[in-house]
Design a protein around this ligand. Structure first.
Ligand code: GLA
Ligand code: ZN
Length: 683
């Protein structure tokens, strides 16, 4: 039998979190679910995510029959299951009997039972209970033809927490982790710069997690603690994966949360077969939709880049969320557009949280496909059903394709942690939003970008952009040097190459001084007294962030500061190195600067948007293509997306075909409000 699996489903997955365990006493509801799923063009659900207390109602007594009935019934109706391991929420019997499974916070207080995503990842009891349950689930369902993959736990580390547990077991594991890393206390003291304030460690037992009640200003320690927390959560997840793999060869994923600060998703990607994530953009909140849309595209691109492969949109809301202060309905059309945006950026699914609204507790007003009332007769249900139809139509052109950008932007979790903890000139600096600022102008130009971290490969790209690359990990400067030498274009900014892996500043020259052709000196915070601007190609651009003061050492000056005591200092430089070139953007400027600068770079490098089009503001395009065949042939599909709150006209400079209608399109065409058109080459 040709078993369907996540990753080779044979179509676009459409469905979402299904929590029938909340409705087991209402068989008519479960029956109605099935009928409505068919009408909504749902072909897959995620099951059992928070079902531990139904799967193991008492310690050691397992009850999987109800789940089997549901999986089987769905399967008979061509609806497949992504099966979860239920560690996102712990049953009362577990937390009541074994205190050690509960996390201890940074103040040293142990949590009470309840809430979710809050187990101690070091607890042997938690690991063992999880192993037993996961193994049994895999044994029972691992080869059910209706099950296509594993959803390990849920939003690990999430729910407002940071994944950290400060209990004695975790403290012990942290010390062990440090001993493995440093070998001796002398090395640890050197890496952590502990002579500062006379805090040199003389015995391993003195070393603890950072705490608001104690040490929290030793940057090397904070950084190592974050690395450890990430590692410890990952090691728990790895054990879950091992347990399901003991009886199942199905692919595994865990649902990520975009730029989730506590977990280094580049490292997590190595543990997983498929990347999936939960996307909840704040539509209709700003004066326009563009910043939200660019941010969503950046997050999708990150997810695609983690494995350089298509991913799954595991959760999204078909209407509203309920956890923001103000929760607005998605306007007509936005559901289709935001879902197709995910596909445009590399997703092979559109899934929801959740299928049916529950009746009680904190998510009863969170949007779902099926409301408390009115069954299929709702605006949301109709929009979901219509999207399902569209996904079926476009699937043959989409499945097997992916985005293949030639530009990458560096985003590195450890750099993020270090930037946040730097105590420097601008302590409000937000690395993630600076990253989006560097992503958005490409998005406006209709050019895809991958996201790489400092450990990633650069050589496949023509251009690598590294904003606020404050930390240079061991080997990174050498990798960039060789990338540029071989013909790459490297663009970086002020506040780069400052510290090493331990968050200790480099002394002497900037690690890439030869490549950049500059010498860096001071750094200024803008605003107030220090308003400034830079002039590039005859236009003045306002400075909105840091200003680096640098001197050329061989580089050519392309822009200069216009005011203050550093008027005339270089604000943008270019240095030729080997067969490539390196640019240094000394200040963080208003967005239009980057758009102008990127336009010049992509022109020089022949990297325009693949669709021949004159875009309008607020309209963008993503390209997915098949891998090139031996003769170089590829099939391309484009997603032309209008994020404007009104119709927008663009001009197609070649002939294309609308994948859904078969219509030929060329010249000026108008996209409706929030419309996404799927195009392919006209043969
Ligand atoms: C997350 C969780 C879901 C649900 C949604 C609500 O994505 O994984 O269980 O709580 O948030 O938006
Ligand atoms: Zn712990």
């Amino acid at each position: 039998m040709n078993q369907k699996r996540m990753g080779s489903f044979g179509g676009i997955i459409h469905g979402g979190d299904y929590n029938p365990d909340q409705w087991l006493d209402r068989p008519e509801i479960l029956e109605e679910d099935l009928q409505l799923m068919k009408k909504a063009n749902v072909n897959c659900v995620s099951l059992g995510i928070f079902a531990w207390s139904h799967l193991e109602p008492e310690e050691g007594r397992y009850d999987f029959d109800w789940l089997e009935r549901i999986i089987q019934r769905l399967y008979e109706n061509d609806i497949y299951t992504i099966l979860a391991t239920p560690t996102g929420g712990m049953p009362q019997w577990l937390t009541g009997r074994y205190e050690e499974v509960l996390q201890v916070n940074a103040y040293g207080m142990r949590n009470y039972p309840g809430k979710r995503h809050n187990y101690c990842p070091s607890s042997p009891v938690m690991r063992e209970k999880t192993r037993q349950l996961d193994t049994r689930l895999a044994e029972r369902f691992g080869s059910h033809p209706g099950v296509i993959g594993w959803h390990i736990s849920n939003e690990i580390g999430g729910n407002g927490g940071d994944g950290a547990c400060h209990c004695d077991k975790c403290q012990g594991a942290f010390r062990k982790w440090l001993q493995d890393k440093y070998g001796t206390l002398d090395r640890l003291n050197a890496a952590w710069w502990t002579s500062f304030w006379s805090h040199t460690y003389t015995d391993w037992s003195q070393v603890k997690s950072p705490s608001p009640r104690g040490e929290n200003l030793v940057h090397g320690q904070n950084l190592d603690w974050r690395r450890f927390v990430d590692c410890q959560q990952r090691s728990f997840c790895r054990e879950e994966i091992k347990a399901v793999r003991s009886h199942s060869s199905l692919p595994v994923t865990t649902n990520m949360m975009e730029f989730f600060e506590p977990l280094n998703y580049f490292k997590w990607a190595e543990e997983l077969d498929i990347i999936s994530w939960d996307s909840y953009p704040d539509w209709h909140s700003g004066s326009d939709e563009l910043q939200t849309a660019a941010g969503a595209a950046a997050a999708h691109s990150l997810m695609r880049s983690l494995k350089k492969s298509s991913f799954l949109l595991m959760e999204s809301t078909p209407s509203v969320v309920n956890w923001r202060q103000i929760n607005r309905l998605k306007r007509p059309g936005m559901h289709e557009l935001s879902s197709l945006q995910a596909i445009a950026c590399g997703s092979d699914s559109v899934q929801y949280f959740q299928w049916r609204k529950g009746r009680g507790s904190s998510e009863k007003y969170h949007g779902a496909v099926v409301d408390h009332r009115n069954g299929e007769d709702t605006r949301v249900f109709r929009e979901v059903a219509r999207l399902g139809e569209r996904l079926e139509k476009i699937a043959p052109k989409v499945i097997g394709t992916c985005n293949r950008p030639r530009i990458a932007i560096v985003f590195d979790w450890e750099n993020w942690w270090a930037v946040k903890d730097a105590w420097a000139v601008d302590n409000n600096l937000n690395y993630q939003s600076v990253f989006v600022d560097f992503f958005r102008p490409l998005w406006e130009l209709g050019i895809d970008a991958d996201v790489v971290d400092m450990e990633g490969e650069l050589d496949a790209y023509s251009v690598v952009i590294a904003p606020l690359n404050y930390m240079y990990k061991e080997g990174y400067a050498e990798k960039v040097r060789s990338f540029v030498r071989q013909g790459g274009c490297y663009i970086t900014t002020c506040w780069s190459g400052e510290v090493n892996d331990s968050d200790l500043t480099y002394t002497g020259a900037h690690p890439l001084e030869d490549v950049l052709g500059i010498r860096t000196e001071e750094i200024d915070a803008p605003g107030g007294y220090c308003e400034n601007s830079v002039r590039y190609q005859g236009t003045d651009y306002r400075i909105t962030g840091l200003c680096g003061l640098v001197h050329t050492k061989g580089a050519e000056v392309l822009a200069e500061y216009q005011q203050d005591f550093y008027k005339g200092y270089p604000a943008l430089t270019k240095n030729t190195f080997g067969r490539g070139e390196a640019y240094y953007i000394a200040s963080l400027n208003e967005r239009s600067f980057l758009k102008a600068f990127y336009s010049d770079i992509v022109k020089e490098r022949g990297l325009g948007c693949g669709l021949q089009v004159r875009l309008a503001e607020g309209v963008t395009v993503n390209e997915r293509s098949t891998p090139a065949q031996d003769n170089g042939a590829v099939e391309r599909v484009w997603f032309l997306q209008n994020f404007n709150r009104e119709p927008a006209a663009v001009e197609l400079l070649a002939r294309y075909e609308n994948v859904e209608t078969g219509e030929t399109l060329t010249g000026r065409i108008t996209l409706k409000t929030f419309e996404c058109m799927v195009l392919t080459e006209k043969k």
